[in-house]
Design a protein around this ligand. Structure first.
Ligand code: HMG
Ligand code: MG
Length: 375
């Protein structure tokens, strides 16, 4: 029974005053809703836009055993670009010995830089680059095609028509996972990331930084120290990272642990706008954990179309929470994602068929089912 106590407390929470009205209603009692409904109508919240980072082409595909043709990867990226998402994680400059599926990331970046991919909104294409070698490979292409992508300064001026590019490093919250995933300890990885982040800044592009296993580690269990996560995040922000994506790599995260982690981040002085949440849905807790994160003011979430994916260094971990589920959930709360759910559902079904696996998005399947019934 003791383990249920945090969840019972959760049902008694009151969302803070700055939370969106729809979310406040979720956690309120019926009489709270009656008392606050008219006030909420008078004061609409401007804080209801959520940024979705579509990670399917990288996190979704990296673990697939069968080699996926470059043309399919590019087709996936081009389809996603039409849905209204503003960030697509498109590849990974890592060792092909360890992650062979990402071997053609150079071709993908070059394709993005040399073809005008149609999209209704400006898109940032993100690529993992965890060390000097990865950063050099990405940077060589960016220098070759300088002028083909937007620098941060240009994006701020609203210059249109070109893609923006971002490099992403990935730290670990535990030493065991760091050794497995990065072949070095946390301190060494951070020193490597400093150079990658500085390299990105010199090119005038954004740098993202992941921290993996923040809510549970395949080797150290639930024993992940949230203060350590906050300390690593602070170091990465001080190096110049623009955003910290907190990775629940194993999907072991629960609502109370998500709450505790985000409280620690706030206590360490880290701003909500510098945080993204990256939930894998192994235990089906991703949307619950998202609700907690939303309530605490987080507005950036990573997700993967069709729920595809998994981490090669996290045995048993399934894909990220499906983008279709995330969009449906957020919009049910009255929040805006800018993402076309119908189009996303079609892509989820298409890529699942391409990969020869069942569609892992409940919402995707429901949307398609309802459409075929209506038609
Ligand atoms: P290393 O320290 O050089 O050692 O790389 P290594 O023994 O792993 O390197 C093996 C070979 O790869 C060497 O070549 C290196 O030169 C080469 P060899 O001498 O044998 O011919 N190499 C590279 N080749 C191309 N690009 C590179 C590169 N680096 C080394 N960048 C490193 C350490 C971590 C870079 C390497 O082990 C590696 O790439 N590992 C793969 C890690 C990975 O991709 N993990 C999955 C992504 S992270 C993730 O999924 C979590 C996330 O989604 C968030 C979450 O869910 O929590 C982001
Ligand atoms: Mg991941």
């Amino acid at each position: 029974m003791a383990s249920l106590r945090p969840m019972i407390q959760l049902t008694r929470w009151r969302a803070p005053a700055y939370a969106p009205a729809a979310l406040r209603r979720c956690f309120a009692t019926a009489s709270d809703v009656r008392n606050t409904a008219s006030a909420a109508q008078q004061q609409p919240h401007s804080d209801n836009r959520v940024k979705i980072v579509e990670v399917g082409p990288r996190d979704g595909l990296q673990n697939e055993k069968k080699s996926i043709p470059l043309a399919t990867k590019i087709e996936l990226i081009e389809k996603l670009a039409k849905t209204g998402v503003s960030v697509i994680e498109a590849g990974s400059f890592v060792s092909p010995k360890w992650v062979p599926q990402m071997d053609n990331s150079s071709e993908i970046l070059e394709h993005i830089l040399t073809n005008k991919i149609p999209s209704p909104v400006p898109i940032t294409y993100s690529f993992l680059a965890p060390n000097a070698k990865g950063a050099e490979n990405a940077t060589a292409l960016l220098k070759k095609h300088s002028g083909a992508y937007l620098t941060e300064a240009e994006s701020f001026q609203g210059v249109g028509g070109k893609p923006a590019v971002e490099l992403a490093v990935f730290a670990s919250a535990t030493e065991s996972f760091s050794k497995k995933n990065l072949n070095c300890d946390i301190a060494t990885s951070l020193e490597r990331f400093r150079d990658v982040i500085q390299g990105a800044k010199q090119l005038g592009i954004r740098a993202r930084a992941y921290i993996s296993v923040v809510l549970g580690c395949p080797f150290e269990g639930h024993d992940v120290n949230p203060h350590k996560v906050a300390e690593i995040a602070t170091s990465l922000l001080e190096m110049g990272a623009d955003e910290i994506s907190l990775g629940d790599t194993t999907g072991m995260g629960t609502a109370p642990r998500t709450q505790e982690l985000l409280k620690c981040m706030t206590a360490a002085g880290i701003r909500n706008e510098d945080i993204a949440m990256h939930f894998h849905d192994t235990y089906g807790q991703a949307l619950v954990n998202m609700a907690i994160s939303l309530e605490r003011g987080i507005r950036t979430f990573d997700s993967s179309v069709g729920g595809i994916g998994g981490c090669p260094y996290s045995p048993g971990a399934t894909g990220n929470v499906a983008t279709e589920n995330v969009v449906y959930f957020l919009e049910s709360l009255g929040m805006e994602t800018g993402v076309d759910l119908d189009a996303m559902a079609d892509i989820g079904q298409w890529i699942s068929e391409e990969l020869g696996r069942p569609n892992d998005s409940a919402v995707g399947k429901a949307v398609l089912g309802a459409r075929s019934k209506a038609g």
